[in-house]
Design a protein around this ligand. Structure first.
Ligand code: PGA
Length: 232
C-alpha cells in the first residue's frame, strides 16, 4: 500500500485521446490531478488514425477512441460514455425545425467534413454510402472546433459529436437537424494493449475514469434531451 502510494506520488500518466474526447477528458484529468497533485500528466489529442498509430507504438498508458475496429483484437477495452454523432446547422438554416428529414435531402446541402483519418468522417461516409447518397463536400477541416465555427458562419452543415456543443448547450448558435438515421450512436472506449501491465498510476486513472462515467453519460443525455425539448 505504501509502495503504491509512493508509485502514485512520483508517477506519470500519458493519455492519448481522439479529438472529441478533448471535450470531457480534461475534466476527468482535472479531478484526478486534484486528488493526486504530484502526478505528471500528458494528454495527446489527435484523430483516430493517429491515436491507433500511437497504440501500435505503445506510446502512451491509455487511449480513448470512438470505436474499436474489428481487426484490433489484442487490446483490453473498457466501454465508456455515449458519443452521439449529430447533424449541425446554423440557427437560420431552412431545415431547422423540420421533422424527420429524409437522409436523401442531404444531397442538396453542402457539407463541412473532417480530414481523412478522422473516425467521424469515416462513420459519416459509411452511413451515406449505405443509403447511396453522396452529398457535396465544400470544405475539409482538420478540427471539430473549426467545423463548428464554419457551420455557425453558414458555410455548410456537418456531422459532429454532440459533445462539441457541451460548452454552449442547446441555446447556442448551432442547431441540430432532425435527419433520419441520426444520431449515429457511438460510444467511447478506453483501451490499452492487452499484454501491457498498467502502471499503478495508469490503473488508478482507469478506475477513476470508470467511476466518473455516469457523470459524463448524464451530461450527454441531458444535452440531447435539451435539444429535443427545443424541437418540440
Ligand atoms: P476523430 O474521432 O477525431 O478521428 O473524428 C472521433 C470519433 O471516432 O468519434
Amino acid at each position: 500500500k505504501l509502495a503504491e502510494m509512493h508509485g502514485l506520488k512520483r508517477g506519470r500518466l500519458r493519455l492519448a485521446v481522439i479529438t472529441t474526447a478533448q471535450y470531457f477528458a480534461p475534466t476527468i484529468l482535472g479531478q484526478f490531478a486534484k486528488r493526486y497533485p504530484d502526478i505528471e500528466l500528458s494528454l495527446e489529442v489527435s484523430n483516430f488514425d493517429r491515436v491507433l498509430q500511437r497504440l501500435a507504438n505503445n506510446d502512451d498508458d491509455l487511449y480513448i477512441i470512438g470505436h474499436v475496429p474489428e481487426r484490433l483484437t489484442d487490446i483490453a477495452v473498457y466501454p465508456f460514455a455515449p458519443n452521439p454523432l449529430v447533424v449541425m446547422a446554423s440557427r437560420d438554416h431552412p431545415l431547422v425545425g423540420q421533422r424527420n428529414i429524409p437522409i436523401e435531402r442531404l444531397e442538396q446541402e453542402t457539407f463541412l467534413m473532417r480530414e481523412p483519418g478522422s473516425g467521424i468522417r469515416e462513420a459519416t461516409l459509411k452511413l451515406f454510402q449505405e443509403h447511396g447518397i453522396s452529398p457535396t463536400v465544400r470544405m475539409e477541416l482538420g478540427s471539430n472546433e473549426a467545423i463548428k465555427q464554419a457551420v455557425i458562419g453558414g458555410l455548410g452543415i456537418a456531422v459532429l459529436s454532440l459533445h462539441t456543443l457541451s460548452a454552449e448547450g442547446a441555446g447556442g448558435p448551432v442547431a441540430l437537424l432532425d435527419v433520419e438515421h441520426f444520431p449515429i450512436h457511438r460510444q467511447w472506449h478506453i483501451v490499452h494493449p492487452r499484454q501491457k501491465v498498467l502502471s499503478v498510476v495508469a490503473q488508478t486513472f482507469l478506475d477513476f475514469a470508470i467511476q466518473d462515467e455516469a457523470r459524463v453519460r448524464g451530461q450527454v443525455e441531458d444535452l440531447l434531451a435539451a435539444f429535443k425539448a427545443q424541437a418540440s
